[in-house]
Structure formats: structure tokens, C-alpha cells
Design a protein around this ligand. Structure first.
Ligand SMILES: Cc1ncc(COP(=O)(O)O)c(C=O)c1O
Length: 385
């Protein structure tokens, strides 16, 4: 921690995937197999997720955004409906809600975990509400037991956007196993990285409908038809979209998924090192982890209070980059302040706006060495001296 950095040290990116020989071998195997689109590798990934979460069905798709779009379509969310969601999130879920013709109703978050609370969601329920779409901020799960009770009491669809929480749990319950439909991401910077890719998991009849909608409305997959049925022997039962994950993506995603235990352990070690070294710096709050939570540590998110810290969030980010060549990131610009959402009427979201102004994500990923971790700690502490 006391080491001094040489000027011109190699830049430390905010995120970098950890790809090994197993991933490369599995992709090569797919390239040599003669089958590139959704087939045996995507089916194996779906099976692995189904088994781990104990859900009825899973469908591997092109992105978490596609999974969210399919979730709302499959559940019949549409014009005149409202979906309760956080604003401190990526725009994917709100965009999908708008795309099916419904309206996102943003509610505020808990200042400690930055997750939407069941109490805030309950206060936003109207006769038009059809769904609650939670998001597990940074990899720490929301209170899904309370959200499940709330959704059941009001007859609402419950969706978990678990893009940050592919490998996280709370009180032994894995993220993505409580909702009617859950969505995951294999985007390039996620805890299991395949460049692009997503997955929809949940209740059998809903995933069945999503699968139909995600492959043009055709009642069988290309892999099922291949060599077994006449290729013209299919029916289009609904006007669908094309969202299936290719086997090339699934080859990579599948190996990364199998390594999540190892990856999450390393992320947790880095998080623990940061928390122990940065706790107590004036105006800097390290992440609060609730009892019973197994954090997925997609993000190591600190909050910087400009009234108590020597620099504000943007100044810290700029100084880390310019003086130390360390990249950071911000999660997120609140969605209610972005383009199509700006002109809509929203309830006040003071915690969301406070957190958005103060939040900074430090590098936290398994490709980091111990020296990289020390370098970040040293750089942050230096800004506070
Ligand atoms: C909370 C959340 N949901 C959804 C997504 C979209 O994921 P994808 O890029 O796989 O569509 C992201 C991406 O960063 C995200 O952070």
C-alpha cells in the first residue's frame, strides 16, 4: 500500500474480462462443430442456469435487454399499464417497458444499498400497475421475499433484472429464482462475459411464450428442425422477433458461467481489501452489505459526499485517471433524467439523485492482480491526504 507509482504506469481499465484456455477451446470446438447458432451449447447453458436457480425454464438470448423485452411481451404488459422500477439503473428495462407500450413508474431507493425498497414500490401502486421490475444494484439482492409478497398481494407480475447478480444470493436464495421472470446479462463487462448475451429464466409457461416470441413466433428451433424435420414444416403462431443466443456466444458464456464461484470469490477479496483500506476516509462511504447477502460484486460502488470529502466525485474520477491512469465508472445517470423520460411526470426521487451525483465504481474484477488492487487503494488514499 505504501508503494509509489512510477509515472507512465500502464493504464488500469475499469473492467477487463478474464478469458482462459478453456473458453478459447470451447469456442474453437463450436467453430469446428459445424453448428454456430442456438443449439447444444446454448441448451447446455440454459440447463445449467435452470439447475442452479431451480426455476422451471430458461432461454438463452442475445442480451439482457432482449430478455427484458421478451419478459414484458410474454406477460402481456402493454398499453395503459404501469411498471414500477428504479431510476438508478441502466436504461434497458425502462426502454423495454416503453417498447411494449407501457409506462415506467420510477420509485426511490434505499440510501444504503441503492436498491428499490418494497415500501416505495407499494406506495406507487395504482389501478394501472401490472408489474414490478426490481434491479439488484451492483450485485446486492433486493428484499425478494418482501417483493414477492407485495406482488402476490396485488396480483402483479414480478420481474428481476439480475444483470448485476448472476452469482448472488440473499438468505440462501439465489438472485433470479424468486420472480416470475428474471433476466441476466453476459455483456462484455459483466461477471460472466461473452461480449454480448443474455438469459431469461422463470415460470415455465412465461418462458415458453418468450421462447416462441424470441424465435420469430416459430414453434420449434432450428436445431430441433435440423436433420429431423422437413425444414418447411413449421408454423408461425405469433409475430415474433429474433433474439436467440448463438452457440458461439454460448460456448464462451457457458465456460464463464461455470467459473462464477472462482470469479466471485476473487471479486469479494478485492472488495474486502478496498473496504478495509478506504473505510473512514472523510466523506467516502464504502458499500453497505446487509446480513445474509452473498454479494455478486459486479460493482464496488463508493459514495463521495462533496461536503465532507476533499474532492467531489467527478474530481476524484478525473484525478485517478489523470494522475494515476486508473479508470473508474459511474452507475448510473438516473433514467428519469434521460431523453425520452425527461419530459414525463415523475414523483420526487431525492435519494436517486443524491446517489447518482456521488456514486463512483472502482475497478473490481478477477483479472486484477494484487498489485492492481494496491495501486487503486494507494491512489484513492493519496487523494485524501
Ligand atoms: C441493470 C442492467 N440491466 C440491463 C442491462 C443490459 O444488459 P445487456 O447489455 O446484456 O442488454 C445492463 C447493462 O449494463 C444493466 O446494467
Amino acid at each position: 500500500m505504501s508503494r509509489t507509482l512510477m509515472p507512465g504506469a500502464a493504464p488500469l481499465p475499469w473492467n477487463r474480462p478474464l478469458i482462459g484456455e478453456d473458453e478459447i477451446a470451447e469456442v474453437l470446438d463450436t467453430l469446428r462443430s459445424g453448428w454456430l447458432t442456438h443449439g447444444p451449447k446454448a441448451t447446455r447453458l440454459e440447463h445449467a442456469v435452470r439447475e442452479r436457480l431451480g426455476v422451471e425454464d430458461a432461454f438463452a438470448v442475445t442480451s439482457c435487454t432482449a430478455a427484458l423485452h421478451l419478459a414484458f411481451l410474454a406477460a402481456g404488459i402493454g398499453a395503459g399499464h404501469e411498471v414500477i422500477a428504479p431510476s438508478l439503473t441502466f436504461c434497458a428495462a425502462p426502454n423495454a417497458i416503453l417498447h411494449v407500450g407501457a409506462r415506467p413508474v420510477f420509485v426511490d431507493i434505499d440510501p444504503a444499498t441503492l436498491n428499490m425498497t418494497p415500501q416505495a414500490a407499494q406506495a406507487a401502486i395504482t389501478p394501472r400497475t401490472r408489474a414490478i421490475a426490481v434491479m439488484h444494484y451492483g450485485g446486492q439482492m433486493c428484499d425478494m421475499r418482501a417483493f414477492r409478497r407485495l406482488a402476490d398481494r396485488h396480483g402483479l407480475l414480478l420481474v428481476e433484472d439480475a444483470a448485476h447478480a448472476l452469482h448472488a444470493s440473499r438468505d440462501g436464495v439465489p438472485a433470479g429464482s424468486t420472480a416470475d421472470l428474471s433476466t441476466f446479462s453476459f455483456y462484455a463487462n459483466k461477471v460472466a462475459a461473452a461480449g454480448e448475451g443474455g438469459l431469461l429464466a422463470g415460470r415455465g409457461e412465461l418462458v415458453h411464450q418468450a421462447r416462441l416470441l424470441g424465435r420469430h413466433g416459430i414453434d420449434s428451433s432450428a436445431w430441433q428442425r435440423h436433420g429431423k424435420r422437413n425444414t418447411a414444416d413449421y408454423e408461425v403462431t405469433v409475430p415474433g422477433l429474433k433474439y436467440v443466443m448463438s452457440d458461439l456466444t454460448a460456448a464462451l458464456a457457458g465456460v464463464q458461467y461455470d467459473r462464477l464461484e472462482e470469479f466471485t470469490r476473487r471479486r469479494a477479496d478485492i472488495a474486502a481489501a478496498y473496504t478495509s483500506a478506504l473505510t473512514g476516509l472523510p466523506g467516502l462511504s464504502t458499500p453497505v452489505v446487509l446480513p445474509g447477502v452473498e454479494h455478486g460484486w459486479f460493482l464496488y460502488a463508493v459514495l463521495i459526499d462533496p461536503a465532507a470529502a476533499p474532492l467531489d466525485r467527478d474530481q476524484v474520477a478525473a484525478a485517478l485517471l489523470e494522475r494515476h491512469q486508473i479508470s473508474t465508472s459511474v452507475h448510473f445517470k438516473p433514467v428519469h433524467l434521460l431523453g425520452p423520460y425527461r419530459d414525463m411526470a415523475h414523483r420526487p426521487l431525492p435519494v436517486t439523485e443524491m446517489a447518482a451525483a456521488r456514486q463512483l465504481s472502482l475497478p473490481c474484477y478477477p483479472a486484477m492482480t494484487d498489485q492492481d488492487v494496491d495501486r487503486v487503494i494507494h491512489a484513492v488514499r493519496q487523494l485524501w491526504t
